[in-house]
Design a protein around this ligand. Sequence first.
Ligand code: 3H9
Length: 712
Amino acid sequence: MGATTPDSVVTTARLGTVLVVTVNNPPVNALSVAVRQGLAAAMAQAQADDAVAGVMLVGAGKAFIAGADIREFGKPAMPPSLPEVCRSIEDCSKPVVAVLHGAALGGGLEVALSAHYRLAIQNSSGGAKLGLPEVTLGLLPGSGGTQRAPRLMGVKAATELMLSGQHLSAKAALAAGLVDKLVEGDDAQAAGLAYVNELLAQNAPVRRTRDIAIPDPAAALAELEMLKADTARKTRGLFSPLKIIECVQAAVQLPFDEGMALERSLFLQCIDSPQRAGLIHAFFAEREAAKVPEARAAAPRPVASIAIIGGGTMGAGITVSALDAGYPVIMVERDAESIARGRANVEKVYAGLVAKGRMTEEAKAAVMARYTGSTSYDDLANVDLVIEAVFEDLEVKKAVFKELDRVCKPGAVLATNTSYLDIDAIAAATSRPQDVIGLHFFSPANIMKLLEIVVPAKVSAGVVATAFELARKLKKLPVRAGVCDGFIGNRILAVYRQAADYLMEDGASPYEIDAAVRDFGFAMGPFQVTDLAGGDIGWATRKRRAAARKPGDPKARYVEVADRICERGWFGQKTGRGFYLYPEGARVGQPDPEILAIVDAERAKKGITPRSFTADEIMRRYMAAMVNEGANVVHEGIALRPLDVDVTLISGYGFPRFRGGPMKWADMEGLPRLLADIEAFAKEDPLFWKPSPLLVKLVQEGKNFDSLNHSA
Ligand code: 3H9
């Protein structure tokens, strides 16, 4: 006997006395309205059919259920709601068993928590992955997760699970008490059926999670108070984490139904928050950024081995990233001493993991066995992909690429990690520009997620596809960028960093600017970042570029404060002094009156009468500069879509994820207001503040940046 919903996203089949309910809604079985309807209908069927003694809930494909259908948020809600579906599962008078063989996340786990028993499967593709990651989308578990998880796994562990958004393996879920049993094997359906039949044979009772009492409420509330203080400090400005704690407090203090009602009302508040819109935009943007025309047009080339040229900080970081992904890596340096240093740089990373207990000595030895150091380019003859990470100088890089052209096999991908140099010129140094591409990693390269894939004019689609495939293997977030000075990220950074300098010269202190930028949600302000990176970085470049500027150049206005600071040998944290003072190696800086005096002197030299700026005025300029250059970058085709700018700034430059990226932020603020701001600023400084033609066009057409996100 079998039944299906109209579009078959939920199917039912009776096997003996067990009603097998299968969710089949690719790619991840999200709980769309059709799935919710299908589940509700299946539960009604199970209840009504006397031949059914027990129910098994299972997911088709790779996932159990990855959660609510995120694409439905922000649209009118359609019945039945997920809490209603969960209630119908829990209410069932026959035992319901959830069989979890893949992602059981968010609403998916909430469905499982409403079942009476849970079986986790560990299989060859990893198996069950349980979590309540709603917080990462600006939400809280809104179908009983905040009420049921604490009853099953304890208040502290459940709250930590929800606050971290962490996924638990089958084994960890069993240890945490979230599942009743763990089975290994690839046939989830058979394992599940065996478990349900075993339970039925034992006359196992219907066990409703809502009936479990939370032990020692006073101790639980005390734990929650501690978590609350910690969370308020760690998640500055985020809305949903504290709401999660409120819900769990209700789970401890109130009857189940009242807790559910509170959860619902706070969930709806989260749904309405701009943070939800920003975080869900970021979620989809990260996935969309990996979809580029070249990857659709051509297959990636096979890559079984990687070479890195250069063993400095960047080269070593990229090496670690490639080793972590399982590749054998050859590192080439110019002499024995340099290669020894390069190897040491790589080993240092793994030694750190061993020291922290996050890696065993044996695992470290196994990884390092895939590393080879060499001083000869001739060792690269069979390598599939080379990443050059040498000194940032065009002539040096061209020389490296000439060598690579000489030794590498035909079809090898030749990549440069330059952060701003002309990759077309580097490609032209070889006889095979179709194989040359930019792979711009961010430091530390083994940790930072962003990878700008820079596409020069002559590169073949297959090489671009290879770069995107490599990013996937390295677990990076790839963004396609065109060739220009600074590509997407550094080009935009240069402009908003300049806006910060102008604000400082015009009257805001660096401390006021940093505070405003932090309050907006960045972890650090621009002057703190300078101190962290080292003020000397870029000092020489800055002076060289300033000298080359001509009147009329939009960057003609040059703020010399940072140069005055560098001239004193104050290079930031590493010298104990920069824009801030760092007494005795402190990492958090203190404002320095002498810096304010330097700023004053520079203003006086230029005849600038300082004026005051509110935090809002500071941020309007800072953001207008960022968004306007973002629009230019899209307009010129350097970024394919506004979402590529968003992903770049969030994952490489500390832009607050909950705001969705600068372009999403601009859409939410309204483009007409932004344009009006830029036009007003242009009255003071028409060279720097030039409205981007794209921004002007979108405002004229009454459109927003998001309208361009769906066209590539
Ligand atoms: C929630 O449940 C709220 C409830 O508490 C209360 C409700 C009342 N919806 O990541 P991938 C798409 S909030 C719609 O590349 P992977 C994704 O966009 C939800 N679509 O694969 C992509 O589409 P495309 C809580 C979704 O194997 C495709 O699936 N749940 C959803 O690397 C493949 O995704 C979460 O936060 C969704 N929920 O990773 C889990 N999820 O092919 C969010 C994915 O067109 N999801 N898609 O680009 C994930 O963490 C990962 O997708 C997962 C798979 C681990 C499942």
